[in-house]
Design a protein. Sequence first.
Lengths: 356, 350
Amino acid sequence: MTVTDPILEIRDLSIEYGFGADPVRVLDRVSLTLARGEMLGLAGESGCGKSTLAYGATRLLPPPGVIRSGEVLFHGRNGESYDILTLNDKQLRAARWRDFAIVFQGAMNSLNPVHRVGDQLKDAIKAHNPKAKKAELNDRAAHLLDMVGISTDRLGAYPHQLSGGMRQRVMIATALALEPELLIMDEPTTALDVVMQRQILEEISDLRARLGFSVIFITHDVSLLVEVADRIAIMYAGEIVEQADVEDAYRRPRHPYTKGLLSSFPPLKGPRRELQGIPGSPPDMAHLPRGCRFADRCPFVFDRCRVDNPELSQTAFGRDEPDRLVACHLHNSAERQAAVGVSGATPEVPAALALR
Amino acid sequence: MTVEPAHLTPQEMDPPNSTAGVARGKVDRASQLLFLRNGKVITGLLILAFFTLLAIIGPWVAPYDPDALGEDSVAPPSLQHWFGTANLGQDIFSQVLVGTRSVMFVGFVAGILATLIAVLVGVTAGYLGGAADEGLSLLSNVFLVLPALPLIIVIAGPLDGANSLVVAIVIAITAWAWGARVLRAQTLSHRRRDYVEAARANGESTPRIVLAEILPNLSAIIASSFVGTVTFAILTQVTLAFIGVTGLDQWSWGTVLFNAQSNQALIRGAWWWFVPAGLCIAAVGVALALVNFGIDEFVNPRLRATGKYAKALKKRGVRARVGFTPVDRHEEPSTPVVPASGTVLVTEES
């Protein structure tokens, strides 16, 4: 899969938790490319590594997280490129917020309760541009609040005087204060009710269209992603198992796990269908099974899945859908067998995963 | 983000892995004593243990009676008198040895008593709030402005030859207020936190909320306030002995210093008279400060793992910090990783 104008390239990123002799590898050689202006959704169950990927790539992961391999290349608007993992503290501090900003999981609580929201907005700008003039700062802060749909007279308000949704908007405004090229949103709407979720998401889509930044949107709510994202990456047990345009993934899931996730919420349109969960729970990251990590929960499991962990590669319909990647033997074992000569029957791609 | 424990099916549970699981549990229990691995804490505890031992056995192992008069007056250290002799030929080594007991006794008894009062008053005031808080805060504020040393002199002076226990109690009574204030403030911040609300909603009793929920969160403050009070009590005891309040028949490092001072040891050049006692005081103070360094690491579970592997991390050149995840890229970017317990059949790049 090729992206012509990438803004962020994560290559072979591995992350371990634990400083001892026996660390747990929670992210295993994950590669992901984000195109400029794109909104990429990262989805998966709790504990599958979504947040670890985003925080690891920006080096915000708290101890005992350690990055063990890979590179994270950021390609700026003005043509400069750098590997986030090789930046020193000063460069990293400068790059944060200027190049990539983050809206945290509990963003509403990221506001300091004793300072006015306007001052906190200005602080973010001042931290990177200490020489900014007062009037300039005020203008910018007012403009930012206005941009996220909050009346500018709220600049002097304290966080407790704002509702949850408004605080979330303030956090988004703060994240956009320096016009970053990449915005990472870690479950930004989880604590909000559905109406507010909708408004915030529309706000983000709208701002993205106007300002042209890229978004990595992390959520466990796949139905949300289907509505807002351009592309979707499904994670399972520390690996990306499927990557596709959101529409394709929704209509024609190629990985059994994606299929399971998608059939765990009801479609608004189309024929009525039985809701199914995915039986079982994710594997213990400290004692991973030998083969495919999804094998024990997979309805289509066959012998090979127990011994060999599939790699992310083209689907069984590779020529027809060059932009899709899937990590499943059902899709890529045939060519693999041809390549290395492993014998044994490979089942056909099941009908459920072979919609065209 | 947490890694969720999952149910393992039998074929996943290879024998080596399951034993690894058991070992993991053991490591966690051992990690509670991790502060013992910290070099500073070990040093501090060893010094304290040494002086505690001296306090216990000092009077029995002392080579001379500290009051016994000898022949050499103000003699420098020799094989017979390791720390030399005083003006009437008394053995200073024996005086320091015998004096250790009252210093350590007063230090620890006063420290424990003062900490108990501080926890009781501070946590109660902070948790109950309202009138109880007002009253207890007033009480600790009053004790805070009491000038400790004069009060001790006033109380201990008339008690002829005040013994160590009385001195310890008097010191404790004057030294608890600071700790109580700090604990009250911290309790105030904890009592409205969600975990306390949840405990209250659970129907837990007030004593249980205070003792089992809030108190463990205060343990770092309690421990360091204890260490601070012990230091204060030791210095106060030495001071009292030095100015002669505790009675000259009771040996203490302060008594040695008092004798040295009143007999003009410095002018006579008799450094051996005051240097050993002074060094002992300094050593105990340093030891208590060193222990204080390790308390946070011991009490805060989040810091334990980092502390545990501090040496290994240093060797790897990894600095564990919040906000700057360390990068320790040991692998070449494109070698496939062998899963924890298995083999990779296919190794080509896709």
